[in-house]
Write a protein that binds this ligand. Structure first.
Ligand SMILES: *Cc1c(COP(=O)(O)O)cnc(C)c1O
Length: 381
């Protein structure tokens, strides 16, 4: 129950274990092409250009930054935690003049503050994180997408902890790049960087005056490959992660079979159940309120006097693996529960039960069963 790698569906793992074909084998070309087509549906961006690259989520961030930024370009980063700060570092590496608007820990940056900044300075790109996995803070992408359009600024959304878990309507919301990694809510073992890029962003990229500073990330190398697979034709630039792409095809099929609205609702209910369960146990959470709380993971604070390491190793001995804190400012003060993908009622109750056992073991007093009961009140409707 960590925020990635998540638990994978058996059908996805079976695809991982299938024979590794040539990257130009007809069945692989079909898998790659189908995956590209389905990405546009899952991202809800019919006119977008999908990219499937071998690499982790950080490569997806690197790819967006390397291709859309030139030396001296002004970039606004709206930071809600550790991963927004990482994005700022990547952008600086490619020469961007980065300004960071930092939210209070557990909060978001007000839309008016962002708009005020855009009125004062003409930025080329604005970057934000849908769910920052270090804080479990959820940002509403719609107003930021609108501001991007209003002020002529490209928008890049780090959706590594949200795509296929939290609602995203990339095209309708006017977001230029939405990127993720395979091992989170998309439900495929680690190793794929996935991006969908708007026609506007492709256009801006084509008008660059300097070459892209990263050879591997350069879309000039990858765009012809994506186009070839879309047209179901063989091509080669760098060998794709054949088995991961086969697994991606299966996972995207499962996601679309469940239906996006059903899937987003299920994640909302799961998130609400965890938050209610943790609150009933008296645990405060990093997100300042439920309106800015993610549905793909939760970030509870340890009660006073409870040692994080003792608690997490006891819970792990119960068979439930949770993650420790990540945001440097509060690292030892909280823990994280990932609940993306195929998490079911049994997983939620088992996890809360293990958390209750861990708290009891650490000498914390609470009403036994309170966490599980509160979660069940939400799940049993
Ligand atoms: C996990 C994560 C990343 C980094 O992805 P890697 O696959 O670990 O490189 C970036 N942003 C967010 C929001 C994440 O959750």
């Amino acid at each position: 129950m960590i925020p990635g790698p998540i638990e994978f569906e058996p059908a996805v793992l079976r695809a991982m274990g299938s024979a590794t074909t040539s990257h130009v084998a007809p069945n692989f070309i079909e898998s790659f092409g189908n995956s590209l087509d389905m990405m546009k549906s899952v991202w809800q961006c019919p006119s977008g250009q999908p990219f499937i690259l071998a690499g982790s989520g950080t490569l997806a961030m690197d790819s967006a930054a390397a291709n859309l930024v030139e030396q001296g370009d002004k970039v606004l980063v709206i930071s809600t935690g550790y991963f927004s700060d990482r994005f700022a570092d990547i952008l600086k590496r490619y020469g961007a003049a980065v300004k960071v608007l930092k939210a209070l820990t557990g909060g978001v940056v007000d839309t008016e503050v962002v708009e005020n900044e855009l009125q004062q300075t003409q930025y080329k790109v604005m970057v934000f994180t849908h769910v920052d996995t270090s804080t479990a803070v959820l940002v509403d992408p719609l107003p930021i997408g609108r501001l991007g359009k209003k002020y002529g600024v490209l928008t890049i959304l780090d959706g590594v902890c949200s795509v296929a878990g939290e609602e995203i309507r990339q095209e309708e919301w006017g977001i230029d790049v939405v990127l993720t990694a395979s091992q989170k809510a998309v439900g495929v073992p680690p190793g794929l960087a996935l991006l969908v890029v708007s026609p506007d962003a492709i256009d801006k990229w084509k008008k660059r005056s300097t070459p892209v500073g990263s050879y591997y990330s350069d879309w000039s190398n990858w765009l012809p490959i994506m186009n070839a697979y879309s047209d179901r034709k063989p091509s080669y630039f760098g060998t794709p992660a054949v088995n991961l792409v086969a697994a991606l095809e299966v996972s995207l099929q499962l996601i679309l079979k469940e239906g996006l609205s059903t899937r987003f609702e299920r994640h909302k209910r799961t998130g609400a159940a965890f938050r209610a369960g943790l609150s009933a146990l008296g645990l405060a959470q990093v997100p300042l309120n439920n309106l800015v709380a993610a549905n793909t993971l939760s970030a509870p604070l340890f009660p006073d006097g409870i040692s994080g390491t003792g608690f997490l190793s006891f819970v792990s001995d119960q068979g439930v693996i949770l993650a420790g804190g990540l945001l440097p400012e509060i690292k030892g003060k909280y823990f994280r529960i990932g609940h993306m993908g195929s998490v079911n009622k049994g997983d939620i109750i088992t996890t809360l039960s293990a958390i209750e056992s861990g708290l009891k073991h650490c000498g914390y007093s609470f009403i036994p069963g309170a966490g599980m009961n509160a979660a069940l009140n939400i799940l049993n409707v």
